[in-house]
Design a protein around this ligand. Structure first.
Ligand code: SF4
Ligand code: SF4
Length: 230
């Protein structure tokens, strides 16, 4: 499958941040602020480009897609990874753990950094476990940051599906998070909160039926929908 060279290079640059923050942060907890800085960058980018951050810049996503993929069994994701209730359960659990660690840090900068190192360690451990058996980026379907992005701006920079789509399914095979753009042909836009705007499907579509949003408004896309309330 084809992919954008610039994305591959960006991911290989970002991926080493994961072992650096986790291992280095054990000895020097201030490295945890790298994780905090990346969360802020994610927040800003999401306002303009939806989940573009996940597809291109996220260090953990890059680590899973480039490094974990080398050993992953790559089975299809379990349906529970796509279940809203499971995503929100994980979101509440992980944000609860982070909040408790931050409160107990009592403003100590080193302890605050250590809290973010702990979050990356926990997330990466879970991600490696599920990414080994299932798709390497399975974690990205349930990552609390992805769930959060769905609330901030679920309808930004969506993928458009042109009527010329012939339903061949190649886009699904090229998608690292098992989204199927062709199945959104009737809607005209891929409104799935899973889409990370990576562009793999765009470069692989044989009839050039896919492009990122240039105009129009997607019907059926809303914050309520991303919350699973509609
Ligand atoms: S690869 Fe293109 S033509 Fe094939 S299903 Fe996807 S969008 Fe449609
Ligand atoms: S639907 Fe396309 S752009 Fe979105 S994550 Fe899948 S391959 Fe990437």
């Amino acid at each position: 499958m084809k992919e954008k060279r610039s994305r591959r290079i960006t991911q290989w640059i970002m991926a080493p941040l994961v072992p650096l923050v986790i291992v280095g942060g054990y000895f020097w907890p201030y490295l945890g602020y790298v994780a905090l800085a990346m969360m802020l960058l994610m927040f800003i980018l999401t306002l303009f480009r939806g989940r573009f951050y996940c597809g291109w810049i996220c260090a953990m996503g890059a680590f899973h897609e480039r490094v974990l993929a080398l050993v992953s069994r790559k089975r299809n994701m379990l349906p529970v990874f796509k279940a809203k209730w499971f995503r929100w359960l994980l979101f509440i659990l992980m944000m609860g753990i982070l909040a408790m660690r931050l409160i107990s840090a009592e403003g100590d900068p080193a302890k605050i950094g250590a809290a973010f190192v702990m979050m990356w360690t926990l997330s990466t451990g879970l991600a490696i476990f599920i990414g080994f058996f299932w798709q390497p980026r399975s974690w990205c379907a349930i990552c609390p940051m992805a769930t959060f992005q769905g609330v901030i701006a679920p309808c930004n920079y969506l993928l458009q599906v042109a009527p010329s789509c012939k339903g061949c399914g190649i886009c699904r095979k090229s998608c690292p998070i098992e989204t199927n753009p062709g199945s959104f042909k009737a809607q005209g836009f891929v409104t799935s909160g899973d889409c990370m705007r990576c562009g793999n499907c765009v470069v692989n579509c044989p009839v050039k039926a896919l492009e990122f949003q240039t105009s129009g408004q997607a019907k059926g896309c809303s914050v309520l929908g991303s919350l699973g309330l509609k």
